[in-house]
Design a protein around this ligand. Sequence first.
Ligand code: ASP
Length: 321
Amino acid sequence: MTRTHLPFGDKRDSAFYGTDIVSVSQFDKDDLDYIFEVAHEMRNMVARIGAFDLLKGKLLANLFYEPSTRTSSSFTAAMERLGGGVISINEVRYSSVSKGESLPDTVRTLERYADVIVLRHPDVGATALAARYTTKPIINAGDGVGEHPTQALLDLFTIREELGDVDGLTVTMVGDLKYGRTVHSLAKLLSGFDVNLQFVSPDILPMPDDILAGLDESGAPYEQLNSLDSVIAGTDVLYVTRVQRERFDDEADYDRVKNEFVIDTDTLTAAKQRMIVMHPLPRVNEITMEVDDDPRAAYFRQMEYGMYVRMALLAMVLGKA
Ligand code: ASP
């Protein structure tokens, strides 16, 4: 992506100005510190005054080819709290996509109206492809079973805000590690820290080989298990995921594994008092509702941290941070 002109008031040397956000692999630790510092400022700003006209006059296009509640609405909230506007195409069925328009043509259209595009698409690599056709920054909001980088950034921000330091923690990911894109991005992101990773999944839903190969390369220690029993007591972050029904070819396979891991209050009796339970949501059955009342349940707070991280990212790619 190349910038052709610089709108008045934008800072060319601003970190991430005009940058596409495609994968967590593009960020080093200094980048993460910077993103989280800005996100933290956004959190304070919202607590103090609620909204601020930093992105006044800017437009975001939310282009979602798959369902979304949190990602689309938190990007909308983020943009509007910064004084910008949003074009929402949350149901591509009612757009020209249903007439057969290609992804490149759709983003070439939206870039004529908007300053930044947020894209969710069922195909792995869709954001990277779309980015080749637009000069405006494009943000990956989930590309099939590939990555969900802004979710991983908000997950890491949640861990930092809730527990302080990331180094030294044991992070246990449980559920559908094969199709869950959030755990793919989070595992990649955490591989740059001194963490101990535990992957607990049904036997047919393990963490994909390419993610494990990346962890091997970075030297991040991990273990693959099919029970929580031996790891729950030593866990600092329990990251629970939904079994991704929509990715299964055979419904019988889904039925067989959908309730294999259910976190309930009994699970928590064996856990540390300072542990946090996270979930990218939506939840189906994998965390019982009684867990919601436990202070360790961080998944609702996690959603709010997401808005601050997305405010930071929008300000950064639009040259205002
Ligand atoms: N909301 C997350 C995602 O879009 C997690 C999920 O759908 O289970 O990947």
